[in-house]
Write a protein that binds this ligand. Structure first.
Ligand code: HEM
Length: 114
């Protein structure tokens, strides 16, 4: 369960990192999107903590805090995948009945279970 949560968090944090990188251009496009973000942050009630129109603040988020957060979460995610492995593929089946009661799998079933 933690594996997919860390995966989702890594995805979201990297989107935020890319967004702050885009703000660093400080051209008209990025100024526009900065003030859309300011409205969005105010709308969800966290506008007091982040000032997306402050280039110095955004630069610090972009080059230190967020990449560090991405690195930590991705490392955790990879470790979890290595520990738990990936979800095995579904058995190939010719009918639904076979899916409900799968045929014995010689790779995973021991001799005495058959
Ligand atoms: C997960 C890590 C990172 C992601 C996903 C990311 C993403 C981005 C993106 C999408 C842009 C906008 C590019 C554009 O102007 O079209 C950008 C710009 C920039 N990034 Fe990053 N970045 C990351 C880490 C870093 C780090 C570690 C540094 C510096 C130590 C850095 C420095 C910069 C600078 C200076 C710009 C402005 C470039 C410009 O406007 O010409 N970034 N980044």
């Amino acid at each position: 369960m933690l594996t997919w949560i860390t995966g989702m968090v890594a995805f979201v944090v990297s989107i935020v990192t890319a967004f702050t990188g885009y703000l660093l251009q400080s051209n008209f496009d990025s100024q526009w999107i900065a003030f859309q973000a300011k409205d969005a942050l105010n709308a969800v009630g966290v506008g007091a903590w982040f000032n997306v129109a402050d280039l110095g603040q955004i630069l610090m988020w972009h080059i230190t805090l967020l990449p560090l957060a991405v690195a930590v979460v991705v490392a955790l995610h990879v470790v979890l995948v290595r520990m738990h492995g990936v979800v095995p593929p579904l058995e190939a089946a010719e009918s639904d009945a076979q899916l409900r009661s799968p045929a014995p799998n010689p790779a995973t079933d021991s001799e005495d279970k058959k």
